[in-house]
Design a protein around this ligand. Sequence first.
Ligand code: PEP
Ligand code: MG
Length: 874
Amino acid sequence: MSQKYVYLFNEGNATMKELLGGKGANLAEMTNLGLPIPQGFTVSTEACTKYYDDGEMISKEVEDQVFEALAKLEGITGKKFGDTENPLLVSVRSGARASMPGMMDTVLNLGLNEEVVAALAARNERFAYDSYRRFIQMFSDVVMEIPKPFFEKIIDELKEEKGVKLDTELTAADLKELVVKFKQVYKNAKGEEFPSNPREQLMAGVKAVFRSWENSRAITYRRLNDIPSNWGTAVNVQEMVFGNMGDTCGTGVAFTRNPSTGENKLYGEYLMNAQGEDVVAGIRTPEPIEKLKDVNEAAYNEFVMYAEKLEKHYKDMQDMEFTIENGKLFFLQTRNGKRTANAALQIAVDLVSEGMITEKEAVLRVEPAQLDQLLHPNFDAAALKAAKVDAKGLAASPGASTGKVVFTAERAVEMHEAGEKNLVLVRLETSPEDIEGMVVCSGILTVRGGMTSHAAVVARGMGTCCVAGCGEIVVNEEEKYFVLPDGRKVTEGEWISLDGSTGNVYAQKIATVEAAVSGNFATLMGWADQYRVLGVRTNADTPRDAAQAVNFGAQGIGLCRTEHMFFAADRIAAIREMIVSKTAEQRAKALDKILPMQRGDFEELYRTMKGYPVTIRFLDPPLHEFVPHEDEDIKSLANEMGMTFEELKNIVEGLHEFNPMMGHRGCRLAVTYPEIAAMQTRAVIEAAINVNKEGLKVVPEIMIPLIGEIKELQYVKNIVTSTADQVIAESGVELKYHVGTMIEIPRAALTADEIAKEAEFFSFGTNDLTQMTFGFSRDDAGKFLNDYYDKKIYESDPFAKLDQTGVGKLVEMAVKLGRQTRPDIHLGICGEHGGNPASVEFCHKVGLDYVSCSPFRVPIARLAAAQAAIKFPR
Ligand code: PEP
Ligand code: MG
């Protein structure tokens, strides 16, 4: 038997998401539950994969199955595709395994041509031509890639000519005129007539959805959300029901709980006499769902009843689309709703107290990466109070944003690449093409659109602050300015602030403050901590960062980069002096300056960490980051060191390396200049002795970086232990300490059984390990990685998400070899990957003891570690 690629809705169910995509599986499930669903069929994700395997072609086999299903759908509906008596029209919509809102394409009203529309017009002329003009526009845009603005311009001109504001005010004759003009646009662009054969339209529609899986916004969305490209998308072909047939018709979207706050109250909006995209496109401002009760009480009550049923069934907040056709309610889709981090926590905690889910399930419900939204600054309360509200829109996605105004996504990307960190995108409305610009902005302000507009939905998904539907401002995108209600102009580059929780817009910069873990956040993190096996430490070099991390739940410092303690202007001179020293005396003098600074810093760190373990990594300064380059700096350092400018300049030039990341750094520095390691050991040990006198019980962990050969480690460790033992003996008190190493050079991973003879612990430095395994520089790869994503060589940045296939194999091997030699070896990771949820899951699976990440990612790592432990008990 040939493989099945097409499934009627009554042939599937909710467990078939991989095959039918989320939308298809849920439509099938809702059909089984007896909800009023316009019937249809799903072309599977396997058909999508096959389409790509077959060289972007839909095979005869798949096509035959589509038409077989279509014939069955005709039987179910009693309508006929392309018929002039009782025509069947369908929607063609994408539906991947994970929902990707707004990323893929939809065509409505498919199956219309001149004959069919004439037949429909005999019954309701305005509706017929309204549907037809929408179909031509969507088909042209989605299937044939003729840009939307061509059509929108024509609509705007016609509205102006007729003196009307809304599409609904256009008459049947006006819409008929639009159809003629739209077809002309199509012919001009394509050099042929608009396709009139419904079967051809259908196959072109299916193909367009498959193709949209690889459009650039889908690729970007997948990369941001960790969705593999080999999943493919399914296509749903569903009988059209019409919300645009007149005033007893309408369409809307609703959530069973508030997606911004999580409040347990039906939340949504609708528009009468409209089709789906009108609600989200933000052209007309929709009504709140409660008002539907006044318009059609029976439909409203039915909707509420089914919404509750769906939420109970899926045990999660649902995001539903519905249409009312001549007074009768239909559900078009349901899915677990996207929500802000605050809402996610509120809903998870509420569902537990309502007895719907367990604490364990609640832990799995919150996306770790989403917590990021809660960890970033809010407005300083006093500064906010003092600020004047200049305009108000809808509080579409919470958070505080202050930044420079930009008016296009492209400009946002440009300014971001030029180093601008704080940007606010101001647009009439956003569309999926804007995604790359939206990602780099901290806030989004739109003039049009409601709570379910593209801007609002996407911003909530990304955790970006958004104020939508701010009709009080007038935007001129071309000339790059907007005008506030009081007449003031704000131009590109000027600062504004948005409060996504109130909808307030301020034409000024407002100070922000740090976030804290409390309320629902603390409750959920408490549950998470019961399940996780991995410890979570932080990468911190200053008491301030360390304190932040402890607030966020860090249980130690996994990496203190000692060279970072010298970035401050008043300190860098000392480290430079040490680096450029020509003689041992000069270096000793520089080290004498550094010793008390280091000791003081370590004392502060130990105190901040209140007895939690602290791993101090010995100096690892890639020389190019530290040697002075400016003549001014060279001059002042020369003065300080009693050298001439030329003499020092010569030394600096001599230190130049062609490949500093593979240069004289890490333990290599200590091999050349053992006195550096001796000084650092003294600082670490003396600081521990000092704070232990205050009652703490610090057991310092000294970590030697960039080891590739056991003898390197033996050499440096020898300096460390002899110095430490001497300092301890001098002090007359007892002190335990540990010496370990980083595994960040492939050779160290390959010889980890040897290395473990000398190392009490390993910390995987996956930044360097990735750099050296791939053989590309962590500083330069950003310049070409985009080409790798575009050409589908890599799906994600290996410096952000651990490459489990290659680098991961080295980690796994080193874990095994290390434990072979030293069964109680302590194992952690301190590369950037330690805070990346997918990589944390990997660390759990390979049996590490802890992950260490930047302070702001500590809660993310805690939750990711708990989820990994629940999913993969070890
Ligand atoms: C690493 O290489 O992963 C690491 C943590 O060290 P650094 O980033 O300081 O090189
Ligand atoms: Mg490193």
